[in-house]
Write a protein that binds this ligand. Structure first.
Ligand SMILES: [Zn+2]
Length: 346
């Protein structure tokens, strides 16, 4: 039996009609609703929803930190709200998700960009003094993506979501490898949902200028999050590709965003598997959408990327992927990184 959001809408004008969407979907019927917005677009959103969600109390989320989420959680508990709506990009949504779980109330996610698959995932990625942490939370009760806002979002942040969803293909290979080598139980439905989401995006010729493309990308990112809910872990959407991205984040914070690094990680993992067909397909997709492919594309030297690949397995102890399977020495990793850059570089 599957948990699923009450309602899921990907379209233009979702935020402007938020009030009726909430009532129609029975998310909020009588009680008070809190709305959490980010620092950047907060004022614009507040003006837009003032007429339809007049009684809602507005909260600002300064950043995607644990502190911001805990402080919002305390406010939500004090106000005895029926639900909280988090409107914004990944940071605002993640902070609101965690705050809602602390306050014990349902959360509605309204995404204004498509930078990663956290829109619907059962985890919140938040920053703290020690770096970044992933916190388990309930899945949002309802999901909306406002394509008007996505069109206005920085293009690089929207493209990044393509890298995150395509990396599912690599994560599933890793899961199947772990099943074959280690007898790890595999969830067929989670694989099907995660893989189908990636396949829907990878071959498309259009890009983020098109509403049709953005709709498929948004749906794929939501399905990707759902696959993690079905699996009960991030397994179907996070393999060696994400281990590499977490290592880059640890060693060289601020190098690039989640989705861009996931795309590079996935391409490199397919190179390690000697899967030339998938490698060409993934690299072709990343290039078509102007996403980075080589370490140099995000300003890393081959040596820095080598260090990240060496560190990668330690970022996720217990997860068996192509990296743990090959157990390459530092020298071998250095050679493979060099060969990867020569194989895919332009
Ligand atoms: Zn991801």
């Amino acid at each position: 039996m599957l948990p699923a959001p009450l309602t899921m809408q990907v379209r233009r004008g979702a935020i402007a009609e938020l009030g009726s969407l909430l009532t129609d979907s029975r998310v909020a019927t009588s009680g008070r609703v809190a709305v959490a917005v980010g620092a950047g677009q907060g004022d614009k959103i507040a003006t837009m929803i003032a007429s339809t969600l007049g009684e809602a109390e507005l909260f600002r989320v300064p950043d995607g930190s644990v502190d911001a989420a805990v402080s919002l959680g305390a406010d939500l508990r004090k106000g005895a709200f029926e639900a909280v709506v988090g409107i914004g990009g990944g940071r605002t949504i993640d902070a609101t998700k965690y705050a809602a779980s602390l306050a014990g109330i349902p959360m509605v996610a309204v995404a204004t960009n498509l930078s990663h698959d956290g829109i619907c995932s059962p985890t919140a990625s938040l920053t703290h003094e020690g770096g970044k942490g992933s916190f388990g939370v309930p899945m949002p009760l309802a999901i909306m993506v406002d394509l008007d806002f996505v069109h206005d979002a920085p293009p690089s942040l929207v493209r990044a979501g393509i890298g995150d969803v395509v990396s599912n293909l690599s994560a599933i290979e890793d899961w199947q490898l772990a099943a074959a080598e280690r007898g790890e139980p595999i969830d067929g439905l989670a694989c099907a949902v995660s893989r189908t989401a990636a396949e829907a995006v990878i071959g498309r010729a259009d890009s983020i200028e098109s509403d049709a493309f953005l709709t498929v990308l948004a749906e794929s990112l939501i399905l990707s999050g759902m696959s993690m809910v079905i699996a009960g872990s991030s397994r179907p959407a996070s393999g060696g590709d994400h281990e590499i991205l977490h290592a880059v984040d640890q060693l060289y914070p601020g190098t690039s965003n989640h989705g861009e690094l996931a795309g590079i990680g996935a391409a490199f993992c397919f190179f390690l598997r000697d899967d030339t067909q998938r490698l060409a397909q993934v690299v072709g997709c990343l290039r078509r959408h102007e996403l980075p492919v080589t370490p140099g594309d995000v300003g890393l030297t081959e040596e820095q990327f080598t260090e990240a690949v060496v560190l990668a397995p330690a970022t996720r102890p217990g997860r068996y992927t192509i990296l743990e399977h090959l157990r390459l020495s530092d020298t071998e990793v250095r050679e493979r990184v060099g060969a990867y850059v020569r194989a895919v570089g332009r």
